[in-house]
Design a protein around this ligand. Structure first.
Ligand code: PMP
Ligand code: GLN
Length: 379
């Protein structure tokens, strides 16, 4: 058998979570909350199940949920997407991104990704027969280098994938960045896949600059988000895509033969729960407090904190505490110190190692304190 993905092993998230369980480590590796969601949301899903919403949802998603998503985007970003033709509910952002890629990338097309990038993008491009063109973010600051992005665009470039707030670097693109991107793409036919799963996790007064805010970007963009991140239910695997009707028509051609539709009671529950914006509007405050608890706990240690302006990740430079490379350091950390983290090298095509690892702070305060106690004891 010839592998479709010869370079691919098991994802780092699976590997580190298994190691964390095996060694009884505090798992700050894989990005997921260790606290439960709002009971009101559980109740809304329970009600949907009891009301008999247990058969296939419409292919594009439950209309009430698509309407709620369209209303939210319009309220937050002032852009209107038609729920019937421009919003689709997906099995998490993961399926949204794969489906968008399969829908638009032809064999041989190039797709630009910015390294470090989320680990599903490049295998997704390969499955479509496309060629991933990996352009690094600026080492150190993780800022987009628009000259390099511009230089990577060729007549074969079909799409560019961006992700802000960014996993793993916890940086956030500014309005200026988005305007630069809009200007850069204006003379091209390059499509944009804007991975905005951490849209509600921005700190210190920073704003999330959705592609929906910029007409020239929105016209060519698949906007991707995830209820898993926004409502602390990563295990439900429900996400959304918004895109102009012509793009969405192609997206749905693939979606219908991929999952067909996404689980029904969750969609009804989410639709009912979204009538109150407070749960997502308060996320910056909720997660900033967790970020600050974690950062304060490491202040004065030899782990050097990098800025964390968005997402639920905190990166640290390990060069003062270890000579190991990132991957070996994470193996050592989980076994000997009892804390799981993710090496940034896992997000690069060439395994680039800058001696930085990623911790997830989407955890109960007591979990963060337990991890801090172990880390402080060592560093
Ligand atoms: N994109 C990024 C940047 C992510 O961090 C994640 C979650 N790990 C996803 C996509 C996938 O989201 P979901 O769990 O909704 O599939
Ligand atoms: N997005 C999560 C992370 O970056 C993990 C999701 C997964 O395990 N695939 O940690």
């Amino acid at each position: 058998l010839t592998s479709r993905l010869p370079q691919v092993g098991t994802t780092i998230f699976t590997v580190m979570s298994a190691l964390a369980a095996e060694h009884g480590a505090v798992n700050l590796g894989q990005g997921f909350p260790d606290f439960d969601c709002d009971p009101t949301l559980l109740e809304a899903v329970g009600q949907a199940m009891r009301a008999g919403h247990n058969q296939y949802a419409p292919m594009a998603g439950v209309p009430l949920l698509r309407q709620a998503v369209a209303a939210k985007i319009e309220a937050l970003h002032g852009r209107s997407y038609h729920p019937d033709t421009e919003i689709t509910i997906t099995a998490g952002a993961t399926q949204a991104i794969l489906t968008a890629i399969l829908a638009v990338v032809h064999p041989g097309d190039e797709v630009i990704v910015l390294d470090p990038c989320y680990d599903s993008y490049v295998p997704n491009i390969a499955l479509a027969g496309g060629v991933a063109v990996r352009v690094p973010l600026t080492p150190g600051s993780f800022r987009p280098d628009f000259d390099r992005i511009g230089a990577a665009i060729t007549p074969r470039t079909r799409a560019l994938i961006i992700n802000s707030p960014h996993n793993p670097s916890a940086t956030v693109w500014s309005r200026q960045d988005m305007l630069r991107l809009q200007e850069l793409l204006a003379p091209t036919n390059v499509l944009l896949i804007s991975d905005e799963v951490y849209e509600h996790m921005v700190f210190d007064g920073a704003e999330h600059e959705s592609a929906a805010l910029f007409a020239g970007l929105a016209a060519r963009a698949f906007l991707v988000s995830s209820f898993g991140k926004t409502f602390h239910v990563t295990g439900w695997k429900v996400g959304t895509v918004a895109a102009p009707a012509a793009l969405m028509a192609e997206f749905r051609k693939v979606h219908q033969f991929n999952v067909f539709s996404v689980n029904t009671p969750m969609q009804y529950g989410l639709a009912a729960y979204m009538s109150d914006p407070a749960p997502y509007l308060q996320l910056p405050r909720v997660y900033q407090a967790k970020r600050d608890l974690f950062r304060q706990g490491l202040e004065g240690s030899r782990l050097r904190l990098l800025p964390s302006t968005g997402s639920y990740f905190q990166c640290v430079d390990i060069s003062a505490v270890s000579d190991l490379n990132e991957a070996d350091f994470c193996q050592w950390l989980v076994r000997e110190v009892g804390v799981a983290a993710i090496p940034l090298s896992a997000f690069y095509g060439d395994g680039f190692d800058q001696r930085v690892v990623r911790f997830c702070f989407a955890k109960r305060d007591e979990t963060l304190r337990a991890a801090l106690e172990r880390l402080r004891g060592c560093f």
